[in-house]
Every structure is written in structure tokens, then in C-alpha cells.
Design a protein around this ligand. Structure first.
Ligand code: GLP
Length: 252
């Protein structure tokens, strides 16, 4: 309990226009970021916080709810509020696969395969710059890191570039590796959009979150190494409490 009053943000200020719940939230966040509280440590309860900081229980509750919504803490009913594992940081500048990204963090990548089938889809065909009747391979997987669900990923590939790829079992193998090793395909670049959305019923179920919770939608179109021919269109829905995206910006 005493740890919470250490550090630069030691007290709440009633003489400034920042709401108290916000100040309290930032103060706890600072304690988490500086590791005064470590992952899975129990945080003080609403009552304890309200006593220590001289705020109402409503204010303490609002700070904890916001911290939960931002993915810094998780609550267990009857047990309290605990510090969450830090989010995985995903760079946005290199064209990498999920498998590489997760391995680079010392975790074990995996997948639960939901669907592998041949389809045609007008909307996706347009993204891939092919005819609406073109045969596409749809691969839908729940992507796991150390067995925890991180993303629901639906990839569409142009079948004629990778015939019979639908025979592969994607539970433990990388799609990009198969493209490269079995079909000699080298990827050149990808275009990616990132936006926020609310989890629908399927996403909530497979990602083990509440329906309506905010998630990150990433749409990627991947090109062959001529940098002109699309081969893959992917729609990935990431848990926003486990993932954050990072990009370094240079001036000029
Ligand atoms: C990332 C990308 C996807 C890509 C996938 C391939 O998740 N966002 O666009 O399809 O990696 O991953 P893997 O090669 O591990 O199957």
C-alpha cells in the first residue's frame, strides 16, 4: 500500500482543473509503468484508494474502470483489481508474420484454425485487383501467443499462386513460410490500415472478451516482390488490451 505514495506523482491536486479520477488514474498508471506495481500484483481496493487519497469511492472506481478499459489492469470478481501484463508492442514498419513477431518476443506462436476453404468474394477480389469470380483461399485462424488468444485473423490468398495450399494444416505453421518454402513466393510490401471497432459476437467469443469491447482492426494487402501484384488480403482483429502498435516518426 505504501508503494502507491512514492514517486513524482505523489498526491492529487485539487487546485488544478484536471478531474481527480483522471489524476488518480495517471498516478496508478505511473506506478505500473515504473514497475512499483508488477504484473499480477493486487492494487489497493476502491475503499483503500479513497481513504489514502481523500477522494470519494466513485472517483476511485472511475479511475480503476478507466485503467481496466485501457488494458492496464484486470478485475477478478470477489478478489480485486490486478496489474495486467504489459501490452505487446508491434512495430508498423517491417513486413513480418505473426509467427516471427511472437517468436521475437520469446513467446510460442500458435493458431486455432477455424476455416480453410476455397471461396469467391467480390469485395476481397476488388482489394486484390482480380476478377470477382477468381478463386480465393480463405484461412481463418485465432492467433495465439503462449496459448492466449491475441487476434482473429482472416486471410484471403489468390489460389492460382498457391494451388493446394488449402491442404496445409495451419495450426503450427506460418502461412508466410509456406508461401515462401512451398511456392517460392517472396513478399515485397504491404499496405495496412488500422482502426478501432467494437467486438462483435464471434470476435468476443474467440478472443475471450466481452461483446462491444474495443478491439483493433487491421487490414493488410500484401504484394509480391514486384511491389505491384497483390497476393493476400487480411483482416485481423486484435485484442486492444494485449496489443499496441508502434511507429517511429522522423522529422523532415
Ligand atoms: C500477420 C499479418 C497477416 C499475415 C500473418 C501471417 O499477422 N497481420 O497479414 O497473414 O502475419 O502470419 P503467419 O506467417 O505466422 O501465419
Amino acid at each position: 500500500m505504501s508503494r502507491i505514495v512514492k514517486g513524482p506523482l505523489q498526491r492529487l491536486r485539487k487546485d488544478i482543473p484536471l478531474p481527480l479520477y483522471y489524476q488518480l488514474k495517471e498516478l496508478i498508471k505511473h506506478q505500473i509503468e515504473t514497475k512499483a506495481f508488477k504484473p499480477h500484483d493486487r492494487l489497493p481496493s476502491e475503499i483503500e484508494l479513497s481513504e489514502v487519497y481523500g477522494v470519494s469511492r466513485m472517483t476511485a472506481r472511475r479511475a480503476l474502470v478507466d485503467l481496466e478499459n485501457e488494458g492496464f489492469v484486470y478485475r477478478e470478481s470477489g478478489r480485486g483489481t490486478f496489474v495486467a501484463e504489459p501490452k505487446l508492442r508491434q512495430g508498423l514498419r517491417r513486413l513480418t508474420s505473426f509467427t516471427e513477431d511472437i517468436k521475437a518476443r520469446g513467446m510460442v506462436p500458435g493458431a486455432k484454425v477455424r476455416e480453410v476453404e476455397l471461396v469467391s468474394d467480390e469485395h476481397v477480389a476488388q482489394k486484390l485487383n482480380v476478377d470477382a469470380t477468381e478463386t480465393l483461399v480463405k484461412v481463418q485462424r485465432v492467433r495465439l501467443a503462449d496459448n492466449l488468444p491475441l487476434a482473429l485473423e482472416t486471410s484471403y490468398l489468390i489460389h492460382r499462386y498457391c494451388p493446394e495450399i488449402e491442404q496445409s494444416d495451419f495450426t503450427n505453421i506460418s502461412l508466410y513460410k509456406v508461401l515462401n518454402e512451398q511456392y517460392g513466393i517472396y513478399l515485397g510490401k504491404a499496405e495496412q490500415y488500422l482502426e478501432a471497432k467494437s467486438a462483435g459476437p464471434l470476435e468476443a467469443q474467440v478472443l475471450e472478451i466481452e461483446e462491444g469491447k474495443s478491439v483493433l482492426l487491421m487490414e493488410r494487402t500484401t504484394y509480391l516482390d514486384d511491389n505491384e501484384t497483390p497476393i493476400e488480403f487480411v483482416n485481423s482483429v486484435y485484442r486492444s488490451d494485449r496489443y499496441r502498435f508502434y511507429v517511429e516518426l522522423k522529422a523532415g
